[in-house]
Design a protein around this ligand. Sequence first.
Ligand code: GLY
Ligand code: MN
Ligand code: MN
Length: 472
Amino acid sequence: MAKGRKNGLYTELSAELSALMRTGWADTERHDLELDEQAPYAARRRAALSARFPGERLVIPSGNLKVRSNDDTYPFRPYTGYVHMTGDQARDGALVLEPRADGGHDAYCYQLPRDSRDNDEFWIGNTAELWMGRRRTLAESERVLGLACRDVRTAADDLASVASSGVPTRIVRGIDPALEAAVTTDEERDDELEEALSDLRLVKDAWELAEMRKAVDSTVRGFTDAIGELSRAVASSERWIEGTFFRRARLEGNSVGYGSICAAGEHATIMHWTDNDGPVRPGELLLFDAGVETRTLYTADVTRTLPISGTFTPVQRQVYDAVYEAQEAGMAAVKPGAAYRDFHEASQRHLAARLVEWGFIEGPADRAYALGLQRRFTMAGTGHMLGLDVHDCAQARNAEYVDGVLEPGMVLTVEPGLYFQADDLTVPEEWRGIGVRIEDDLVVTADGHENLSAGLPRSADEVEAWMARTAG
Ligand code: GLY
Ligand code: MN
Ligand code: MN
């Protein structure tokens, strides 16, 4: 718990003020709310989860507010598995799947209802409704989610009291300490629930794919905004790029799906550069990796590497072309039935071959690849699943994910890169401090893939032409 304030102005509450606050409020129950369009899809996702755990009680919390400091909290981010299974984003909620005798489950959802106006809870305390905004009533939540809803303030007692029923319970750990304390579960079995929730997100349904398109389309507009303001970034810093993209993300979506990487010059060699406080200098490259997250919390994850002056130097183009070709090779391997590892291998083999050709690692290329020598200059994998989380499905079982096979409806990034650190004495001086990544978001289709982010130029020539017509 955060420490309370020691220096609040108001320490006394008169009985008259308390009584005054409780009266004179209109009935604001919303009777106009309709079933969320995602609800039928969430119901199908719950059915798939139910089928994996017959006879077991499953508890999937949404999570609580986290204190940043004193009266301030971090922006709330619901647990991804909860969002996927309910379509809901409320804090302090929990989905429960209660097993039935026929092997199926009845689903209900704990929700934090509106604060009562019969006492002071609705206006005192910085997480009260008058401070945070109106919540839904339980009846409203039922209409929106298409789920029976109960008051979460009784959840811990409810769950503790059914613990003796002999029904085995699983809970996703690490999300809601109070609910976790109310149940007795086995850690390994709980982990299996989390894995299942990750597995079930590997293939996106039609509704999710439409959201992914929205995320990517907003991201394309955000990139165009940012490039259009490049001269202002040159006059200020990488922060101008970050702020410009963020405005688009907040206007069209919920936010950015991860900290934007606005990496100019040698910052481009730092995989997750998010300080974004460096200069933007003509003659250098800008590696810009950003994604808009929709209001429904699906995110894009796109990278373009741009010559700040508008044209690549010969060395920059040489690196860029190698990464571009590696990405082409990787994307060609994205099709149903292909091993998930295939696109990584195709890209990495290409990069290894180029690095051998340039004399930076010892060949032959097959040997270099087998030993992973290319990784000195390309530290990360070539992509990952994408969806509600930028690195989606991260708890999925290896057999389903990294050792699995691509299926239609999977969405993933293909993002090879080469990074020559500024202090790397094994490469010629003019290569040092160059970092290039090209990242696109692909959906696996019945006969191959579709590049959702194809709206952004990719080849070196296309990028230069784009800069010429867009850069502000
Ligand atoms: N933006 C993080 C990543 O590309 O994985
Ligand atoms: Mn990225
Ligand atoms: Mn990525």
